[in-house]
Design a protein around this ligand. Structure first.
Ligand SMILES: O=P(O)(O)O[C@H]1O[C@H](CO)[C@@H](O)[C@H]1O
Ligand SMILES: Nc1nc2[nH]cnc2c(=O)[nH]1
Length: 294
């Protein structure tokens, strides 16, 4: 019996999608950006943009969540060719985990070297404030504890190795670059770093779950990003990930606060300008990987 890998997309299907996009794209992108909930405005930073709706892209899943427009935007940021996903896919939308991460492989096949992932997250660390931006330094893949990992299934060595390392998932030079840029922009007062934990959603966490996650070492909680990081690292792209703390996780039985998606989107709108400035300045300073000579 062979293992079932029919839940994802084959190398050939991903290549077909990448080739279809490259025929239309102005040039091969070097940086791939994924916009979190309410952060789709990041795509507005791109110049000379070409916008393609997900529904027109062969094999592409469709966005179903408010705050995720479902558009792929090609363009340049300070001269650097980029591609930006205005809308990502989440497990709770009902997609197989391999499908939620398929665009990351398409990024790789189009030539992307660096992936910048953004998300909206609930703050578990009591020192964090709404509106803080957390540089993700590590993650806890809670669904992974139960075997939900986007690399489950037959491994295709053309993407990467069977057992990829994750202790270096978040590029330390890029984290340093973000800190330096934030200093220059006078953003340090709302910059944090920490550990992001992913849950399947779509229900927000109970108080006991938030307390447990904090005890495990998580600073923020969300329903995305980690699976994209795993796939990006599997195919050897550099990863930078940023969480906008859109709400404080409810940790206390006396609290009247209730997590809700409207607050998430509102905080995204409030910090949109700074997030755009931070990401665009970082992108303009990312060194390209030197071309390998054979
Ligand atoms: O992680 P992103 O896509 O930013 O979205 C976050 O916001 C939504 C909840 O409000 C969830 O989808 C959560 O993961
Ligand atoms: N799981 C989860 N996802 C979020 N996305 C934005 N805020 C939250 C939150 O509090 N919990």
């Amino acid at each position: 019996m062979t293992p079932d890998s029919a839940t994802g997309y084959s190398y050939e299907e991903c290549t077909a999608t990448a080739d279809w996009l490259l025929k239309r794209a102005p040039e091969r992108p070097l940086v791939g950006i994924v916009c979190g909930s309410g952060l789709g405005g990041l795509a507005k930073m791109l110049k000379d943009e070409l916008v393609i709706n997900y529904c027109d892209i062969p094999n592409f899943p469709q966005s179903t969540v408010h705050g995720h427009a479902g558009k792929l935007v090609f363009g340049t940021l300070k001269g650097k060719p980029c591609v930006c996903m205005q809308g990502r896919f989440h497990l709770y939308e009902g997609y197989a985990i391999q499908k939620t991460t398929m665009p990351i492989r398409v990024f790789k096949l189009m030539g992307v070297e660096t992936v910048i992932l953004t998300n909206a997250a609930g703050g578990l660390n009591q020192d964090f404030k709404v509106g803080d931006i957390m540089i993700i330094k590590d993650h806890i893949n809670i669904p992974g504890f139960a075997g939900h990992n986007p690399l489950v299934g037959a491994n295709d060595d053309r993407f990467g190795v069977r057992f990829p390392c994750m202790s270096d998932a978040y590029d330390r030079d890029l984290q340093q670059l973000v800190r330096a840029v934030a200093d220059e922009l006078d953003f340090s007062v709302f910059m944090r770093d920490g550990v992001y934990s992913v849950l399947g959603g779509p229900s927000f966490e109970t108080i006991a779950e938030c307390r447990a996650l904090r005890q495990l070492g998580a600073d923020a909680v969300g329903m995305s990003t980690v699976h994209e990081v795993i796939v990006a690292r599997h195919c050897d792209m550099r990863v930078l990930a940023l969480s906008l703390i859109t709400n404080k996780a409810v940790m206390d039985y006396q609290s009247e606060k209730k997590a809700n998606h409207e607050e998430v989107l509102e905080t995204g709108a409030l910090r949109a300008k700074q997030m755009e400035k931070l990401v665009s300045t970082v992108v303009s300073r990312i060194p390209n990987t030197p071309t390998h000579c054979s």
